[in-house]
Design a protein around this ligand. Structure first.
Ligand SMILES: Cc1cc2nc3c(=O)[nH]c(=O)nc-3n(C[C@H](O)[C@H](O)[C@H](O)COP(=O)(O)O)c2cc1C
Length: 312
């Protein structure tokens, strides 16, 4: 990709942007430079098999996949990096923004932002893996909107190659508005390539933020891309017609169905429940009756018929 063309990234969302979604999205829509995995973490000292499968090169077909990890201590980061480097990754993202209380209480995600010394220790650990390009995805703070001020000098002096900032604080979770003024202050202080993330729903939103912050490396799309899978492509090549959007969404859904059909072991009910989760965000403009028919079907044949009807 050419220099100074803004880059679009697909954000990590636990439970949504798993391999099934990423592979199908890249195949049916694309327009995205790289996909981030939802964070991989240690649970009782080990990585869950489910997370191992989600990052396994055998399960992923997108051309650039950046696994994300979450850690509060150097040893955790080392263990996660060793594993991911071992399966072949050379780019990793470190989560410093997750607002879930369970994570924050353990000093991880947004919970690390109030402890510059812990962030510094993770940044030092990254230096011990010179073969890996690390990026950081963060919020302004955990509890206070100015926690970032103590962290920017550390980031500027670190080996981190890119920062993505979601300008909310952890305490807000996803409520309230993004703080564009604070984003500007961060943008001015940060000397690393910077990516904006938060509440971009339309091509006009993307253009507006890129115009307001011309030195941005790019933007990262989360819920906006789940709602309209053509958003990144539309930014690059123009909007799809409604018919084309539905046809490609139907194809994408089919690929996700085939993926989950292969990997889900809990039978039909679990398969339907998993597929239904995508409708939490997907195509919010869809006819209400059609969405209801999708969400109320508990059997696979009924569910697939309702989806086919809605995307016809
Ligand atoms: C259900 C859900 C799961 C998420 N999981 C992750 C995650 O694993 N790692 C991460 O860095 N951010 C995660 N996020 C945050 C998103 O990546 C993104 O920063 C946030 O949704 C704001 O961007 P958006 O407005 O474009 O969605 C999650 C968000 C949601 C709603």
């Amino acid at each position: 990709m050419k220099e100074n063309v803004p880059v679009i990234y697909a954000a990590p969302l636990q439970g949504f942007t798993e391999a099934a979604w990423r592979n199908a999205h890249a195949q049916c829509f694309g327009g995205v430079e790289a996909y981030y995995t939802p964070f991989v973490r240690l649970e009782k000292g080990v990585i869950r098999n489910k997370d191992k499968r989600d990052v396994s090169p055998d399960e992923n077909t997108v051309s650039r996949l950046i696994p994300q990890v979450i850690a509060s201590e150097p040893e955790e980061l080392r263990q996660l990096t060793d594993f991911l480097a071992g399966v072949g990754y050379r780019e990793l993202d470190v989560n410093m923004g997750c607002p879930f209380p369970l994570i924050v209480r353990r000093g991880k995600g947004a919970g690390i932002l109030s402890s510059p010394e812990k962030v510094a220790a993770l940044l030092e650990t990254m230096r011990t893996f010179p073969e890996i390009r690390f990026s950081v995805k963060m919020r302004l703070g955990g509890q206070e909107p100015d926690e970032w001020r103590a962290l920017v000098p550390l980031l500027n002096g670190s080996c981190v190659t890119q920062v993505t900032l979601h300008p909310r604080i952890g305490k807000q979770q996803y409520k309230g508005t993004v703080d564009r003024e604070a984003f500007r202050a961060f943008y001015e202080a940060c000397e690393l390539p910077l990516v904006y993330n938060g509440d971009l729903q339309t091509v006009a939103d993307i253009r507006e933020v890129l115009e307001a912050f011309p030195r941005l490396k790019g933007v990262m799309l989360g819920r906006g891309l789940l709602a309209n899978p053509s958003l990144a492509l539309a930014f690059r090549e123009g909007e799809l017609s409604e018919g084309e959007l539905k046809a490609r969404t139907a194809q994408m859904h089919r690929l996700m169905y085939l993926y989950y059909h292969r990997v889900i072991e809990g039978g039909e009910a679990q398969l339907v429940a998993k597929l239904k989760t995508c409708w939490e965000y997907l195509l919010p403009e869809l006819d209400k009756k059609q969405r209801k028919a999708i969400l109320k079907s508990n059997r696979l044949d009924g569910y697939l018929r309702a989806v086919e009807e809605a995307l016809r």
